[in-house]
Design a binder for this molecule. Sequence first.
Ligand code: URA
Ligand code: SF4
Length: 204
Amino acid sequence: MEEYERLKAEILSCTKCPLHRTRKNPVPGEGPLDAEVMIVGEAPGRREDELGRPFVGMAGKLLDALLARAGLRREEVYITNVVKCRPPGNRDPRPEEVEACLPYLVRQIALIRPRVIIALGRIAGSTLFRLAGLKWRGVKAEHGLAYNAVVAGVPVTLTATYHPASALYNPQLRRVLEEDFQGPIKEAVSSRGARARRSLDDFL
Ligand code: URA
Ligand code: SF4
C-alpha cells in the first residue's frame, strides 16, 4: 500500500517525457490492489485527462459492457494504460514516451501481481508481449489467444484484443471484441479459479 501510494505520487508529479507539458491530469490507474485481472489500455483520452481516471469516456462505457460479458465488474479489475499522460489530440504515444513511462506499468504489475492481463489495442499488446518476451504478430493475429507468460516477474495469462475505441464506430470490430470477451477472455479469467482449486485439491 505504501509502495503503491509512492508510485502514484511519482506518476502524479512526473516530468520524464514531454507529455507532462500538455496534460491536465496524469492518469495512474485505479482498482483494487489485489485485483486478479488487469486491463491495460494505450493512453488517456480527453475525458480521462480531465478527470485523472482511466476509461471514463465513450471507450470506457464500452469497456464496462465488455467486462460484463466476461463476468467481470469494473470495480473488481485494475485498469491502467501503458502511457499515463494524454498525447495531444489523441495521437499515438511515441516510442520514447512509451519507454519513459513503462517503468510505472512494470511496477504496477509487480505490486498488484494479477493472474490475467488483458491488453487493449496495438500499443498495449505489442508493449506487453515485448515485456513477456513473446513475438507480437499484430492484433489481428493475436486477438483472442491466451499465453502463459511471465511479465515483470509475475506469472500471468496474457491476452490481447482490439481497443474498444476502435470499435465505437465499427460494428464488425465491436462484434469481434464481444466474442473475445465472451469466449477466450472469459475462459482465461475463470480458468485461474479452476487452476487454484486444482492445486488446493492436490495439496489436500
Ligand atoms: N483509451 C485508452 O487507451 N485509455 C483510456 O484510459 C481511455 C481511452
Ligand atoms: Fe511521466 Fe509517463 Fe506522464 Fe511521460 S507520460 S510525463 S513518463 S507519467
